[in-house]
Ligand binder design. Structure first.
Ligand code: C2E
Ligand code: CA
Ligand code: CA
Length: 788
């Protein structure tokens, strides 16, 4: 089974293409994370770039303002010097040293370390002032060179500024003369010229470098050894490592039209630090965003992927019938709706299955458990009994003569009766009992945990009493009774066996006339078996002429003449030999076979009677009828047989016991009257032991009484004699014949005769015998002989 299920699962899986939901979940998560990380990376890159660009442009701006500031400082210095020299008489100043000093001192005051001098056309210093004693030789050399070689050109000198290593010179032309005649020169270390803030910058890491057109360092805020020349490649911006070994990023600018260039640099690290700071400030934002993304992803997985997974698992389990559990999901509304519909659908299916199941194990008419369920429960009970030693009672109930209800009131009424019986049985049983409809008019009640047989019998009695009152069916009062077979099942019995035993016990109750219960005994099996065989054999006997009719003579004791015969059925059984009627007639009556038997005997007896008549022998032929044979069909049956045989109706006598007249149906009585109207006589058999009173005798359609053998046997007893005598007296007064049966002795015969009984039947004269053994006349003693 497991393998088969697996195979089914495989087939099922083969039909399903597509990847599991968790895979989509993972894919979505991966896509979201990668997408987010990518975006964050690109954004970070851009932010970093921008920060870097901003830092660079800041540096640009610094370089621009520095260049302007140096330019201002230069032009400022030049114009101050220019003003101081205005109106000066050159020859006077050159010749008079005191006058020279007076003129030059204010100029020297402009700078901290200074050497200010007036140089003549030859390059000789006419006079000088300043904190530095010797003019920086390169300055003088440059001046001389310009005078002789024009390098640097005088034109360049006349712009006012030129540089020597380690110093910056300002050259201002004297107003009164041409440059070649005499110049006023001022030279000062470059640091002083920039007295401005630049060289005392508060950011010591920032470098300012002023370079001449050749790239030589004119001034810097970096302390450099004298005469150092730093060459800036291409004079443009770039990244260089300075003297302090720190790499810096530089931006350069020209300073006015001085031919100088200023470089502003900050350490490379510092430039990136700024950008990095921007990035760092972004981290919390990114982190929050990442948390949001992860949370969203988890939400997605928990609320959609997981519910879908669960959903699928449950639906699959439900599909394989392994487990039927409702779907509980807390996913999105659509999933919940899906789950709700699924649950509804599943409930519907469960209800439907329950219904089907219920129908399969319940009886539709009464709603009681059916045979299958009963057997199942009995099986459980018996298993439990085996385990725990408990005892279980099974009561098999069969309604008596239910067919009559069906035949006379119709099947619908029959159904109503069954329903009513079911309800009554239910009411009279305990809550734990199982009341099942076993079939047709059979019910089985299962009661577990009973103490003993008496307990079971009590249950049977309760069931019987529950049927006591009549059932009202559309105004008809229907009385029902039932026969109950009771089994107290012990451990280790098969349910079918228990039910069969209960059925057998019930059958035994039926055989005794129904309306009671009986506890199963093992002997009943044999009994039932025998009856079943008899029934089967009797059917065969009817078809195979195994039945014959014997006759017993009825004698007129006064003449010894055989005036009548009683036909008695005999069965020549192929194995058992001659079978007496007592053993099979009851069974024949219960099974209805009696009609066939009766018809056979009647036909045979009439045929024999007609035969005898033709021989000149005219006995009255008495044929026994059981109560069941008395029905509205009787007249036509008798008619047909009489017609067939040609037997004289007035010679036919039908013997009926009192049973036929106990609570007789009007139509049956009428049938008897119709038979009688043809001349057929009726005898009341076994009279004197039953319960019909003398009073009712007058109203019965009978012509003769047969005094029962038990009275004859006991005739010498006074009480019995009185009854027998009264019967004979009564019959005479009612004009009925009286026939005494079972007469075996002369004494019995004498007493009967003294009482006035004329007709007798018994072994004294003749035993039942085949027709050709029947005596036509018998010897009778002279009853009038006073000596007797
Ligand atoms: P029953 O109608 O009372 O028949 C008389 C029975 O008494 C016969 O028994 C007969 O053999 C027996 N009998 C007659 N004289 C004596 C006697 O002196 N002493 C003793 N001990 N018995 C005597 P049998 O033939 O065994 O029949 C038994 C019963 O079976 C009959 O009782 C009758 O009720 C029934 N029966 C027999 N044949 C038929 C039949 O064809 N149809 C029906 N419905 N019932 C029949
Ligand atoms: Ca009889
Ligand atoms: Ca009799």
């Amino acid at each position: 089974l497991g393998a088969r299920r697996r195979q089914e699962q495989q087939v099922h899986d083969d039909r399903v293409r597509g990847r599991p939901a968790w895979l989509y979940g993972v894919a979505i998560v991966a896509a979201v994370v990668v997408g987010f990380a990518g975006t964050a990376f690109i954004v970070a890159l851009r932010v970093y770039d921008q920060a870097l660009a901003r830092a660079r442009s800041d540096l640009d701006a610094t370089a621009r303002s520095a260049s302007r500031s140096v330019d201002d400082s230069l032009t400022g210095t030049l114009s101050t010097v220019d003003q101081l020299l205005r109106g000066m008489r050159v020859a006077e100043v050159v010749s008079d040293r005191a006058a020279c000093r007076t003129v030059l001192e204010p100029i020297a005051g402009l700078v901290e370390e200074s050497y200010v001098a007036i140089v003549d056309g030859e390059g000789s210093i006419a006079c000088h002032v300043g904190t530095i004693e010797e003019p920086p030789p390169p300055l003088v050399d440059a001046w001389r060179r310009a005078r002789t070689t024009g390098e640097p050109s005088l034109a360049a000198l006349s712009t006012g500024i030129f540089r020597t290593p380690g110093a910056l010179a300002i050259v201002v032309p004297l107003r009164a003369g041409a440059p070649e005649r005499g110049l006023f020169a001022a030279a000062a270390p470059s640091t002083l010229l920039f007295g401005s803030n630049l060289l005392h910058s508060p950011t010591p890491s920032k470098r300012y470098v002023i370079a001449d057109a050749r790239g030589g360092v004119v001034a810097t805020n970096e302390r450099i050894p004298e005469g150092t020349s730093v060459r800036f490649k291409g004079h443009g911006s770039g990244t260089w490592t300075g003297l302090d070994g720190i790499r810096r990023v530089y931006r350069s600018r020209t300073i006015g039209n001085s031919g100088l260039r200023i470089f502003v640099g900050i350490p490379e690290r510092e430039l990136f630090v700024q950008a990095r700071e921007v990035l760092t400030s972004l981290i919390p934002v990114v982190a929050v965003a990442l948390i949001v993304v992860i949370a969203a992803t988890i939400l997605l997985v928990v609320r959609i992927t997981r519910p879908i997974g669960r959903f699928t698992a449950i639906v699959e389990r439900a599909g394989t019938r392994n487990l039927a559990e409702p779907l509980r999901t807390r996913g999105p509304r659509e999933l919940q709706r899906l789950a709700a519909s699924y649950n509804d659908m599943f409930d519907e299916r469960l209800r439907y299955e329950e219904q089907l199941e219920h129908r399969a194990i319940h009886d539709e008419l009464t709603g009681l458990p059916n045979r299958a369920l009963l057997i199942d429960r009995l099986d459980h009970a018996l298993r439990r009994a085996t385990r725990e030693g408990a005892r279980t009672a099974v009561l098999f109930c069969d309604l008596d003569r239910f067919k009559v209800v069906n035949d006379s009131l119709g099947h619908q009424a029959g159904d109503l009766v069954l329903e009513a019986v079911a309800r009554r049985f239910e009411r009279s049983s305990r809550s734990g009992d199982t009341v099942a409809r076993f079939g047709g008019d059979e019910f089985v009640i299962l009661r577990e945990d009973i103490a003993d047989d008496e307990d079971a019998e009590l249950a049977a009695e309760m069931l019987l009493t529950s049927l006591a009152g009549p059932i009202d069916i559309d105004g008809h009062e229907v009385s029902v009774s039932c026969s109950i077979g009771v089994v107290v099942a012990e451990a280790e019995t098969e349910p079918e066996t228990v039910v069969r035993d209960a059925d057998t016990a019930m059958y035994s109750v039926k055989a005794r006339g129904g309306g009671g219960y009986e506890l199963f005994r093992p002997e009943l099996h044999l009994w039932a078996q025998e009856r079943w065989e008899v029934e089967r054999d009797l059917r065969r006997a009817l078809n195979h002429d195994e039945l014959t009719v014997w006759y017993q003579a009825q004698v007129d004791v006064e003449t010894g003449e055989v005036v009548g015969v009683e036909a008695l059925v005999r069965w020549q059984h192929p194995e058992r030999g001659l079978v007496a009627p007592a053993t099979f007639l009851l069974i024949a009556e219960e099974t209805g076979l009696i009609r066939d038997v009766g018809r056979y005997v009647l036909g045979e007896a009439c045929r024999q009677g007609a035969l005898w008549e033709r021989e000149g022998f005219h006995p009255r032929v008495a044929v026994n009828l059981s109560a069941r044979e008395v029905d509205p069909d009787l007249p036509s049956t008798v008619d047909a047989i009489l017609d067939d045989s040609g037997f004289d109706p007035s010679r036919l006598c039908l013997e009926l016991t009192e049973h036929a007249f106990v609570d007789p149906k009007p139509e049956n009585l009428e049938a008897l009257q119709r038979v009688r109207a043809k001349g057929v006589t009726i005898a009341l058999d076994d009279f004197g032991v039953g319960y019909s009173s003398f009073g009712t005798l007058r109203s019965l359609p009978v012509d003769a009484l047969k005094i029962d053998r038990s009275l004859v046997v006991d005739i010498e007893h006074r009480g019995t004699a009185a009854i027998a005598s009264a019967i004979i007296e009564l019959s005479r007064s009612l004009g009925l014949d009286a026939v005494a049966e079972g007469v075996e002795s002369d004494d019995q015969l004498t007493v009967l005769h003294t009482m006035g009984c004329r007709y007798v039947q018994g072994f004294l004269f003749a035993r039942p015998a085949p027709p050709d053994h029947l005596p036509r006349r018998v010897d009778v003693i002279d009853l009038r002989d006073p000596s007797l």
